[in-house]
Design a protein around this ligand. Structure first.
Ligand SMILES: Cc1cc2nc3c(=O)[nH]c(=O)nc-3n(C[C@H](O)[C@H](O)[C@H](O)COP(=O)(O)OP(=O)(O)OC[C@H]3O[C@@H](n4cnc5c(N)ncnc54)[C@H](O)[C@@H]3O)c2cc1C
Length: 682
């Protein structure tokens, strides 16, 4: 049987992650890679991570990003950028490339976009063009850089963003003039503060003449105090800047993100801070998820090299002997564990990039939805919610049609629903609302655990500063990725609401049917385990939603985190593995069209199928364990659990053949060719 010949290159990834036809994205990847494996890798190797201060050397990174075009990736061409249309996939690919070497560097580049995001998502057209153009590198001036200030000193906003101590009041308001506002805000752990020219800060109203909270833009030259604060003594991501700033400034009301209206002598912000934050984090969490994934995949090559070379150069073995050639790879456990790290990385990448692509589809649909609703006179968050609820049956119909093969579905009906932006938005949003927290939660949290395995494979070398691939740093860094932009509990909380929507549950039914079809045509992918795992998950969800505990309290309830959180955890790897399998099928289908990929295609597809099967078995097994402890753990006395037991047994039975797949994947790693040396320094 053909097996993996070389590590997958860009041609393979472009097909799997669906950007083979996007030259602009390929260019962005190349630029980010040259920065990562050049300047960034050199800095890490030179120990630049050892200081908390923002040094001149670290600061030079910003210029490097500007010169490589990384700073401009977020901007539209008329603002100084070079990518037309939505940029979620572009930003994800850049974050992935930079994090392959160092995630602090990735954060440093992304933080400026995070600062711009409130303006991009909810700002007025003038605010958007003004600030985004200022942030574009230009030959005659330094670009502006920003910081996003939500988090405040203990005990306030961190996880519970509803409570803010940052306050905004009216300072002066002359008849017929723009009101001047007084903003007081203290930030904690704010990225980019060393060099920020402006900050987008969340503040609550402390004045009856201001209706609600808002996000407001603060500039370093505004009258008052723009104090960057003390540096955070971080043990991770030291190539990005983090400080605890203090702001006490006077700014015009036109800086309220999204603008405001004046009603009955009161300033009414068009968006509250939480509406803006929801829109921002909805997108920006995806590149963060991929930052941890990049670490897992980047570990494969250095570990193989270490394992193979372990016994070379001593008396223990002679050149040409199996021990010399294979080293630790003679031992089955060493390679199987590495294959499992790789499998988790594949699943994370498939989930993260699929989510980024989904947001690229969602962004224009959201704009079209807003325009369509505005044309009907619908405005405000509540009005929109009612309008969206009305089209829920059509949205479910649209979801069901999405999964019918093109040649079989009712083309006219599909076209009609697809052309209705309100319906389409509602359908896409239901999936995005789950995939975004799912990848932030699973890729980073589970990824951090798996990264420990990669470090362990390097033995003692893994916990030295000489560990190739900077694996120990990467393991530490992954904990920050699991923490910021909302730690795991925030993602679980969000999922416990979004995964319970009727539209998303329609997706789950379709995922199951789809995976059953794939299991029939491509059993080698492990699709049967994903189908069985999802079926059990759905049954458990239905059971928990329909039943109460012995005290008569609802089992599935947003405050009952003991029930909802494990169910969210169980879902993530199942949906990640589904997407991993779809990426393998895409490679098998499109690979023959590309002469470079066609060369070793059979081996790639066989190997990636084995990895998917390994991951599917893990995902289904974990889901079965979690679901069993919920159903048996909470079932009312005397409940008939036969159906659950049958579905759980079906998960076990679906694992048939995954043992051999696991061994084959490990064996493949003993044969794959790797380059002579890592392409960045130790
Ligand atoms: C290096 C770094 C850079 C950062 N950059 C920025 C930035 O640029 N801008 C910004 O605004 N913020 C930034 N942050 C802040 C970051 O977003 C917060 O640290 C993060 O959201 C967690 O909040 P917290 O630290 O206050 O944790 P806490 O709120 O203290 O939560 C700690 C833990 O308690 C548990 N918990 C808390 N509340 C709940 C709940 N309701 N339900 C269940 N469990 C709960 C969870 O396990 C949680 O993980 C940064 C942080 C760091 C470390």
């Amino acid at each position: 049987m053909e097996t993996l010949r070389t590590l997958p290159g860009d041609d393979v990834r472009q097909i799997m992650w669906r950007y083979a036809d996007r030259f602009d994205l390929q260019m962005a990847v190349q630029s980010a890679r040259s920065v990562a494996r050049g300047v960034v890798a050199r800095m890490v190797a030179d120990g630049v991570r050892h200081s908390h201060e923002w040094t001149e050397q670290k600061d030079s990174l910003l210029k490097t990003f500007d010169e490589a075009g990384i700073t401009a990736v977020f901007l539209d061409p008329h603002q100084g950028g070079f990518i037309e249309g939505p940029k979620n996939m572009a930003l994800s690919l850049v974050a992935f490339e930079l994090s392959w070497v160092d995630a602090g560097a990735a954060t440093c580049s992304l933080a400026n976009n995070l600062a711009l995001s409130p303006i991009h998502e909810r700002g007025t057209t003038e605010q958007r063009d003004h600030y985004m153009t200022l942030c574009a590198p230009a030959p005659d001036r330094a670009p502006w850089r920003g910081a996003f200030a939500l988090t405040e000193p203990i005990p306030y906003v961190g996880v519970d963003t509803g409570v803010l101590t940052g306050k905004v009041r009216v300072d002066s308001w002359e008849e017929g003039q723009e009101p001047i506002l007084h903003v007081e805000k203290r930030g904690r752990f704010i990225t980019g503060m060393d060099f920020a020219n402006y900050a987008t800060a969340a503040v609550d109203t402390a004045d009856p003449r201001i209706k609600s909270s808002c996000i407001i833009i603060l500039e370093e030259t505004d009258p008052g105090l723009f104090d960057r604060g003390a540096p955070t003594l971080k043990m991770v991501h030291q190539l990005s800047s983090t400080r605890d700033p203090v702001f006490n400034l006077k700014v015009p009301a036109s800086r309220i993100v999204g603008g405001y209206t004046v009603k009955d002598g009161c300033i009414v912000p068009n968006y509250s801070h939480s509406e803006v934050i929801a829109a921002v984090f909805h997108r920006t969490r995806v590149p963060v998820a991929l930052m941890t994934t990049a670490k897992l995949l980047s570990a494969v090559e250095p570990v193989i090299r270490y394992q193979r070379g372990r016994f070379r150069g001593g008396d223990a073995c002679e050149a040409g002997s199996a021990k010399f050639e294979l080293g630790l790879q003679q031992k089955q456990d060493a390679v199987i564990r590495l294959a499992e790290v790789w499998a988790a990385g594949e699943a994370g990448a498939s989930l993260g990039f699929a989510t980024a692509r989904l947001f690229d589809q969602l962004d224009p649909t959201e704009k079209a939805k807003d325009a369509a609703l505005a044309a009907k006179g619908v405005s405000g968050a509540r009005g929109q919610m009612t309008a969206l609820k009305k089209v829920q049956p059509e949205a479910i119909e649209y979801v069901n049609l999405l999964f019918v093969p093109e040649q079989e579905r009712d083309a006219a009906r599909f076209a009609a629903l697809d052309a209705d932006p309100v319906v389409k938005y509602q359908a896409l949003e239901a999936e995005a609302g789950v995939l975004c927290p799912a990848c932030k939660l699973w890729n980073t949290g589970h990824g951090a655990t798996v990264m420990r395995e990669a470090v362990a494979m390097m033995g003692g070398y893994g916990i030295t500063e000489d560990c190739p691939g900077f694996l120990f740093h990467k393991w530490n860094d992954s904990q920050l990725e699991a923490t910021y932009e909302g730690p795991e509990c925030v993602q679980r909380r969000q999922m416990s609401i979004t995964m319970a929507s009727d539209i998303f549950l329609a997706y789950v039914d379709n995922y199951i049917a789809e995976m059953e079809r794939v299991a029939a045509s491509n059993p080698e992918t492990g699709a049967a385990s994903v189908a069985a795992g999802l079926t059990l998950w759905k049954h458990t969800f239905d059971f928990l939603s329909a039943n109460k505990d012995a005290d008569g309290k609802k089992l599935y309830h947003s405050n009952r985190q003991a029930v909802t959180f494990p169910l969210a955890d169980a879902l993530c790897p199942l949906i990640a593995t589904r997407l991993q399998i779809l990426d393998v099928l895409e490679l098998a289908a499109k690979g023959p069209e590309n002469p470079v990929v066609a060369e070793g295609l059979e081996g790639y597809v066989a190997f990636f199928s084995d990895l998917a099967r390994v991951q599917a078995a893990k995902a289904a097994g974990e889901a079965a364990k979690a679901c069993a402890s919920l159903v048996y753990g909470y079932a009312p006395a005397g409940a008939d659990l036969t159906a659950f037991a049958g579905l759980r047994a079906a998960v076990d039975a679906s694992l048939a053949g995954c043992g051999a797949a696991r061994e084959r994947a490990g064996q493949a790693l003993t044969q794959v060719m790797i380059p002579e040396a890592l392409d960045y320094p130790m």
